[in-house]
Ligand binder design. Structure first.
Ligand code: PLP
Length: 357
C-alpha cells in the first residue's frame, strides 16, 4: 500500500524494518530502546548522534541549539511568544492558512500581535508578496509557516528580515530541500511528517534568542532550561527521538536534502502536471505557491468523492481524503513517499476519470 497521510505520515520502510530488528534487543544489550534510561550512556549516544546527523543534514551553524521537545508544533505556538515576545513588545505574523492562523491566535494570548499580511485576500490560494506586508519596526520576531499542510500553500522563498528574527513553522516541509539555517532565528517542526513519529517537536534556535523567557514562563517551556539540559530536563520522548535519528541516517544515506529536493521536485511535477492537464481534477493554488508536500485536489463532481476514495483504497492508495475543513482530496507526498507511489496515484486518477468523468 501507499500511504498519502498528512501526518502521522509514511515512514521509510527501511527505517521501520531496522527499528523492528532492534525493537526487542537493541545492539545486543538485551533490552529495547523504549526500556532504556535516558541518562544511560547508550541512550545519550543515540540522542547525540541524532542531533549531529540533523546538524550535518541542514548544515546547522554552531551558534544554534537543536532541541528535541514535546507538545508538538502546537505547543510552540505558545512557547515562542513566552520566550521571544517581551511584555509590551510586538510580534509580526503572516497568515497563509489554518496553521499560521492558529499560531498567531495563540500568540495573542501573550501579547501584541500584528497581522502583517493575510492570504485571505486571495482565498488562501496564494501568498501575498512581501512588498505588501505591513511589518513593525522593532518587532520581537516575524513568524510564518513555510508550508500550509491543509491548504497546500508553500513559500518557495524566504522572507527578508535583516533586523527582526525570522521564526518559521517548518512542520511539513523540513528536510524536503536544502535551507539556509542562518537566515532564521528559530525553526520548529512537529516530527510526524518528514522527521519521524509524533510525540516530538524539533526546535533549532539561535543562541542569542535563548534566555529571555518571561518570569511566568513554565520551567518546561523555557528554551534556556531545555538547552542547558540537552533537552533532558525531564524524561524526553525517547523512542520518537531514537526513531527520528534513524530517519536522519536514512536521509543521509539517500544523498541528503539535495537528493530529497530532486525526488520531491519530480513527484510534485508529475502530480500537478497531471491535474492541470485534466478537466476532471483541479487544484486552485497559484503555481508559484503550490506545495511540494501536500497537494489538495478536487473532482469535478464532489458526488464522486466517495467512489474515488473507495477505489483508491482497493488499490492500496491510502488516506487521500482531504482535511475535514476543506473537503476534496489531498495527497501528502513527504520524503518517504516515492515516485512510484505518485505514479500509481496518477494511473488510478486517469482510470477513474476515464470511467466516471
Ligand atoms: N504546523 C503545521 C504546518 C502542521 O502541519 C501541524 C500539524 O499537522 C502543526 C503545526 C501542529 O502540529 P502538532 O500536531 O505536532 O501540534
Amino acid at each position: 500500500a501507499y500511504n498519502f497521510c498528512a501526518g502521522p505520515a509514511a515512514l521509510p520502510e527501511a527505517v521501520l524494518l531496522r527499528a523492528q530488528a532492534e525493537l526487542l534487543d537493541w545492539h545486543g544489550k538485551g533490552l529495547s530502546v523504549m526500556e532504556m534510561s535516558h541518562r544511560s550512556d547508550e541512550y545519550v549516544a543515540i540522542a547525540e548522534k541524532a542531533e549531529q546527523d540533523l546538524r550535518d543534514l541542514l548544515a546547522i551553524p554552531s551558534n544554534y541549539k537543536v532541541l528535541f521537545l514535546q507538545g508538538g508544533a502546537s505547543q510552540q505556538f505558545a512557547q515562542i511568544p513566552l520566550n521571544l515576545l517581551p511584555e509590551g513588545g510586538v510580534a509580526d505574523y503572516v497568515d497563509t492558512g489554518i496553521w499560521s492562523r492558529k499560531s498567531l491566535e495563540e500568540a495573542r494570548r501573550f501579547g501584541n500581535v500584528n497581522l502583517a499580511a493575510s492570504g485571505k485576500v486571495c482565498n488562501y490560494f496564494d501568498i501575498p508578496a512581501q512588498s505588501e506586508w505591513q511589518l513593525t519596526k522593532g518587532a520581537a520576531y516575524l513568524h510564518y509557516a513555510s508550508n500550509e499542510t491543509i491548504g497546500g500553500v508553500q513559500f518557495d522563498w524566504v522572507p527578508e528580515s535583516a533586523e527582526v528574527p525570522l521564526v518559521v513553522d517548518m512542520s511539513s516541509d523540513i528536510l524536503s530541500r536544502p535551507i539556509d539555517v542562518s537566515r532564521y532565528g528559530l525553526i520548529y517542526a512537529g516530527a510526524q511528517k518528514n522527521i519521524g513519529p509524533s510525540g516530538l517537536v524539533v526546535v533549532i534556535v539561535r543562541e542569542d534568542l535563548i534566555g529571555h523567557a518571561r518570569a511566568a514562563c513554565p520551567t518546561m517551556l523555557d528554551y534556556k532550561v531545555a538547552a542547558e539540559h540537552a533537552s533532558m530536563y525531564n524524561t524526553p520522548a525517547t523512542f520518537s527521538w531514537y526513531l527520528s535519528g534513524l530517519i536522519f541516517e536514512w536521509v543521509k544515506e539517500q544523498g541528503g536534502v539535495a537528493e530529497m529536493e530532486r525526488r520531491n521536485r519530480a513527484k510534485q511535477e508529475l502530480l500537478y502536471r497531471f491535474i492541470d492537464g485534466s478537466d476532471f481534477y483541479s487544484n486552485p493554488v497559484a503555481p508559484a505557491a503550490r506545495s511540494w508536500m501536500n497537494i489538495p485536489f478536487r473532482l469535478a463532481d464532489e458526488k464522486l468523492d466517495k467512489a474515488f476514495l473507495a477505489g483508491a483504497e482497493e488499490r492500496g492508495l491510502l488516506n487521500l481524503k482531504g482535511h475535514r475543513s476543506v473537503g476534496g482530496m489531498r495527497a501528502s507526498i513527504y520524503n518517504a513517499v516515492g515516485l512510484d507511489a505518485v505514479q500509481a496515484l496518477v494511473t488510478y486518477m486517469a482510470e477513474f476519470e476515464k470511467e466516471r468523468g
